[in-house]
Design a protein around this ligand. Structure first.
Ligand SMILES: *Cc1c(COP(=O)(O)O)cnc(C)c1O
Length: 365
């Protein structure tokens, strides 16, 4: 049996007509940038998240970068980010000219450890960027308390967690702003690159919009040295077609995760831990195993696709060599990088595929 790491096919077959309808509508209107589709999707996604403002942008990196830039974070500033995340979180900080300051995750949740944030705060710290990694909400109460105490902004990286809730409230609504990615493989994915910044703050939303549109407040009038990062009409129409299905598709991921958590009974594996405050959306189902390379080969040989999220922690990335870190500086992030393996997880996995993965993981000795 073959079980790919991810497949969009079941979702695409199901939404075929809606997605083609979206294409036809945009194509017939013949209007591709800054229009009705973008406006409609922004409104729908803001409503979905439970905030008044959503600004569509070009991708998830820009959603974070433009939020930091709009908050006025720049040269000489420091921003707290987890030591294990996708590179985009740290790059957003670097792009505004600030320095990412890494904080270790909790080994059980993979998310930033709130107890380790305060020791990294200096007079230059301006913001904390919690990442809801793998679709698991961060422990937001202590993070918000620290932010309030030290007067720091909070910009949530929600790229992997569309619809996840913390104590019943949607992630992305806790901080000053939040960035989403609609990269095709994300829980809500476009058919190309796309992203969005959400916020409760109207003037911040306007600034993000202006910054992503050449710094322009009205046509040919440029207040800021802006960027070109807009959500195009075609992607907005695809996203609007898919959004009404997001909760159902997240529920299906949750069901698959439940079967994995029940069925995997191998003492060599550490399964994901779900705190009582969290309702995750399982962008990734990540286990840990000390003999990861052997497990990976065993599963791949059995036709099961796997992935590693992520094999190199931020402080050891060649592009961040100038920060001067060495192996051993962030032992928990390094441990996760060395042992984490992601199992197949996508909408439309069949019962046979789920059981086959469980059987093979249990068979590994
Ligand atoms: C995917 C991702 C991003 C970046 O999104 P893009 O749309 O690829 O730019 C940022 N942060 C995290 C945690 C991600 O997984």
């Amino acid at each position: 049996m073959k079980v790919p790491f991810v497949s969009f096919l079941p979702m695409e077959r199901e939404l075929n007509e809606e997605i083609r309808g979206a294409f036809d509508r945009v194509f017939e209107r013949s209007w591709y940038i800054e229009g009705k589709e973008d406006e409609a999707f922004e409104k729908a996604f803001a409503e979905y998240c439970g905030v008044p403002h959503c600004v569509g942008v070009g991708n998830g990196l820009d959603a974070l970068f433009l939020a930091l830039k709009a908050l006025g974070i720049g040269e000489g500033d420091e921003v707290i980010v987890p030591s294990n995340t996708y590179i985009a979180t740290a790059l957003a900080v670097t792009y505004v000219g600030a320095t990412p300051v890494f904080v270790e995750p909790d080994i059980r949740t993979f998310n930033i450890d709130p107890a380790k944030i305060e020791e990294k705060i200096t007079s230059r710290t301006r913001a904390i960027m919690p990442v809801h990694l793998y679709g698991q909400p961060c422990d937001m109460d202590p993070i918000m308390d620290i932010a309030e105490k030290h007067k720091l902004y909070v910009v949530e990286d929600c790229a992997q967690a569309h619809g996840a809730t913390y104590k019943g409230r949607k992630i992305g609504t806790f901080g000053d702003a939040a960035g989403f990615s609609f990269y095709p493989g994300k829980n809500l994915g476009a058919l190309g690159d796309a992203g969005a910044t959400i916020t409760r703050d109207e003037s911040l939303a306007q600034k993000v919009r202006a910054l992503g549109n050449y710094g322009s407040d009205y046509k040919y009038h440029h207040v800021y040295l802006g960027n070109n990062s807009r959500l195009d009409e075609m992607q907005a129409a695809f996203l609007a077609a898919k959004l009404p299905h997001l909760d159902r598709m997240n529920a299906e991921r949750r069901r698959i995760a439940g079967i994995y958590l029940e069925g995997i009974r191998n003492p060599l594996m550490t399964l994901p831990y779900v705190p009582t405050y969290a309702q995750p959306v399982w962008h990734i189902f990540g286990i840990r195993c000390d003999r990861r390379a052997e497990l990976e080969k065993f599963l791949n040989d059995a036709g099961i696709g796997t992935n590693k999220h992520y094999p190199i922690p931020m402080h050891l990335q060649p592009c961040y060599q100038s920060l001067g870190f060495r192996q051993g500086d962030f032992p928990i992030a390094e441990e996760i990088s060395a042992t984490q393996l992601s199992l197949p997880m996508y909408y439309g996995m069949t019962e046979e595929q789920i059981q086959y993965v469980i059987g093979k993981v249990n068979e590994f000795q």
